[in-house]
Ligand binder design. Structure first.
Ligand code: HAM
Length: 416
């Protein structure tokens, strides 16, 4: 196949075995989140570009260089969603969900798009399962959110997990701290990387994230936001921690935790897996009490997280994937038995059995091999005298009329 026709760089096909593992993620999410009162929401794959510029933050990497933005036929600027929080908050406002009992707890499992350098665990189209709980500032909601993500990762067998936790305080605390940090960065500018120095005005917090040795050394002495939290913010953080401690969750307070989105305030957290390479972030989130208002809604607090499906599966124990159950494989040697075989398979499925008909023109021997390969429990071989129904486990077989095949399989299954 020519290179141009292959799936674009940074995207991948979800093949049947992968799809089966994803189904397991979806089932676990539905069970665990559903039990805590979360209900599914799905928003469109594209939104007005402005939603992300305002919601995610104009100075973030996502908005500055990672969005797939295009004009539609009417000249409107649209963007393939790079994340789910801004769209869910948009939907919350648009559908008047503030009138519902609060908090409104929502979850999603959708694909997202970021123009990033593609590598293992980092795609340009990727999938996230995420939650948003909107309408309560209670620290118990932060803790519940985190505990639910921990439970999901545990249920999926994600290995070598670490949880980092921090608090960003409120916008005011952050603004004052930002100035303090900028002053510090200016004073140590000669030791910083060009990239970090270039971002002192736009995104000083990213300096904590740098790999550059000089920058890392300089940052070791930098002031920490966590040490600047004021009364209520500090109380909120202490309450979240106490609830997590009570739940027995192990975490590390990391004052340098930086998230790539601007809407966070107070609690932020991230799960990483040492089983992954450079892209070790499995899932993360935090509180975003100003976001709904920023998008034109009433002042409304919220907290949530998202976890990457590909990364969770990469870091999870590879469970054996269940193949579809085949109760009956319908085989035939003569072309004229094909229509009867079609009817039998159809009737069997209507009776609740997993049933497949030979569809590739194999020899009878080849058909029996195929039945064995797909793990069929019974094979019906159609012929002149009706059908021979063979139990592939016991080897037992019975000759029945064509109209009696389904009945025979149901009976034999009941008896076994
Ligand atoms: P995020 O940290 O940007 O947060 O993404 C969450 C997770 O999505 C990451 O931890 C990672 O597993 C996965 N992910 C992100 N980018 C990629 C990529 N290019 N390829 C593969 N996986 C990726 C958010 O998106 C926030 N909306 C989370 C949130 C919800 N905060 C509050 N509510």
């Amino acid at each position: 196949m020519s290179a141009e026709l292959k799936a674009p760089r940074g995207t991948h096909d979800v093949l049947p075995d992968d799809a089966a593992r994803r189904d397991a993620v979806e089932e676990a999410a539905r069970r665990i989140l559903g039990a805590a009162g979360y209900r599914r929401i799905e928003t469109p794959a594209f939104e007005a570009t402005e939603l992300f510029a305002r919601g995610v933050g104009a100075s973030t990497d996502i908005v500055q260089k990672e969005m797939y933005t295009f004009e539609d036929g009417s000249g409107r600027s649209l963007t393939l969603r790079p994340e789910g929080t801004a769209p869910v908050c948009r939907a919350y406002v648009e559908h008047g969900m503030q009138k519902l009992p609060q908090p409104v707890k929502l979850w999603y499992l959708s694909s997202f798009f970021r123009y990033e350098r593609a590598q293992a665990g980092r795609q340009r189209q990727f999938w996230q399962v995420g939650t948003e709980a909107i309408g309560s500032a209670d620290p118990a909601l932060d803790a519940e959110s985190i505990v639910l993500l921990a439970e999901l990762l545990d249920a999926l067998g994600v290995r070598e997990l670490r949880l980092r936790l921090s608090s960003l305080g409120t916008l005011e605390t952050r603004a004052a701290y930002r100035q303090e940090l900028q002053a510090y960065l200016h004073a140590h500018a000669d030791r910083l990387s060009d990239e970090v120095r270039g971002r002192i005005e736009t995104n000083p917090l990213r300096a904590f994230d740098a790999d550059h040795p000089g920058t890392r050394e300089a940052m070791a002495g930098a002031p920490l936001l966590l040490d600047r939290l004021t009364g209520e913010d500090a109380e909120h953080f202490a309450a979240v921690r106490a609830l997590l401690d009570g739940a027995g969750l192990v975490y590390e307070v990391d004052a340098t935790l930086v998230r790539g989105l601007d809407y966070y305030m107070r609690t932020v957290f991230e799960f990483t897996s040492d089983a992954l390479g450079a892209q070790s972030g499995v899932g993360g989130g935090g509180r975003y009490d100003g976001l709904v208002e920023q998008l034109g809604g009433p002042a409304t607090p919220g907290v949530g997280w998202a976890a990457g499906i590909e990364r969770m599966l990469l870091a999870a124990d590879a469970h054996a994937v269940a193949a579809p159950i085949v109760d009956l494989f319908v085989a035939y040697a003569r072309e004229q038995d094909r229509a009867a075989g079609f009817q039998i398979a159809h009737e069997a499925r209507r009776a609740g059995l997993g049933a497949q008909l030979e569809l590739a023109g194999r020899s009878l021997k080849g058909q029996l091999k195929q039945a064995d390969r797909i793990g069929a429990r019974f094979v019906a071989i159609l012929g002149e005298e009706g059908a021979t129904v063979k139990d592939m486990e016991s080897g037992e077989q019975h000759v029945v009329e064509l109209g009696g095949v389904v009945h025979q399989v149901l009976r034999a299954r009941r008896l076994s």
